[in-house]
Design a protein around this ligand. Structure first.
Ligand code: ADP
Ligand code: ADP
Ligand code: ZN
Length: 220
């Protein structure tokens, strides 16, 4: 299944992607995670991405699309993927469609998770990340052992861009540059809407049920 998760920062894309990836057995691809791994590794890409990320702006389209194109060449993407945080602009979406069309493929489902801006600051301020891609929240979704990942035992960390000023800038970026993608995919008949303010497991259940209703086959 070729799936995109769309929604503002803090909607729960990463949280849902991790569960959906395990259930549907397709890779979870987060452009944000790829950028953060490059920042940590001190690569030229990391250096370039950091200035944009720290100011709540988007990394340029050509750079971002290139990274996705390379990631999709890997074998694990043959039967599908869950894109988390990509595309984030209309030009990225157009280039992504072109990229997939070359081998005769296309985006099949766009899961749009919505949450009001007022909830988002609280969510992102309590967010804790693991380098393995799992995401926690100190109150809403705490790890079993404080500050340690349940899945890989690594120490959790706080993202540099999860502070209030940057969160506000990221929300502005979302409304200006990313939210037009809802219409873009709506016109293609691909959007499925979910209320991301419900508890995590409720949203997961609703997504899996809707996928089943669309007659997408998988073992739950
Ligand atoms: P995104 O990838 O869309 O930015 P995350 O999945 O990282 O969002 O979630 C942002 C924060 O909110 C995390 O700390 C996560 O644990 C928490 N969170 C995610 N979904 C929910 C939910 N449905 N209810 C409460 N908190 C949530
Ligand atoms: P969140 O889901 O919390 O908004 P992500 O981890 O998806 O955060 O992204 C973190 C940052 O990485 C973004 O604020 C942006 O600067 C950059 N980024 C991630 N994905 C893209 C993309 N598709 N295009 C441009 N920049 C991106
Ligand atoms: Zn982990």
């Amino acid at each position: 299944m070729r799936m995109i998760l769309l929604g503002p920062p803090g909607a729960g894309k990463g949280t849902q992607a991790a569960v959906l990836s395990a259930t549907l057995k397709i890779p979870h691809i987060s452009t944000g995670d790829i950028f953060r791994a490059n920042i940590k590794g001190g690569t030229p890409l990391g250096l370039l991405a950091k200035s944009y990320i720290d100011s709540g702006k988007l990394v340029p389209d050509d750079v971002t699309v290139d990274i996705v194109a390379n990631r999709l060449k890997e074998e694990d993407c043959a039967s599908g993927f869950i894109m988390d945080g990509f595309p984030r602009t209309v030009p990225q979406a157009v280039m992504f469609d072109e990229m997939l069309a070359k081998p005769g493929k296309k985006v099949e489902v766009v899961i749009n998770i919505t949450v009001e801006d007022s909830i988002i600051v609280k969510r992102l301020s309590g967010r804790r990340m693991c380098s393995c891609g799992r995401t926690y929240h100190i109150d809403n979704n705490p790890p079993k052992v404080e500050e340690i990942c349940d899945f890989c035992n690594s120490s959790l960390y706080i993202r540099d861009d999860d502070k209030e000023e940057t969160i506000k800038e990221r929300l502005k970026t979302y409304h200006e540059q990313t939210s037009p993608l809802v219409d873009y995919y709506q016109e293609k008949g691909l959007i499925m809407n979910f209320d991301g303010s419900k508890p995590i497991d409720v949203t997961t259940r609703e997504i899996l049920d809707s996928l089943k209703n669309k007659l997408i086959d998988f073992e739950d």
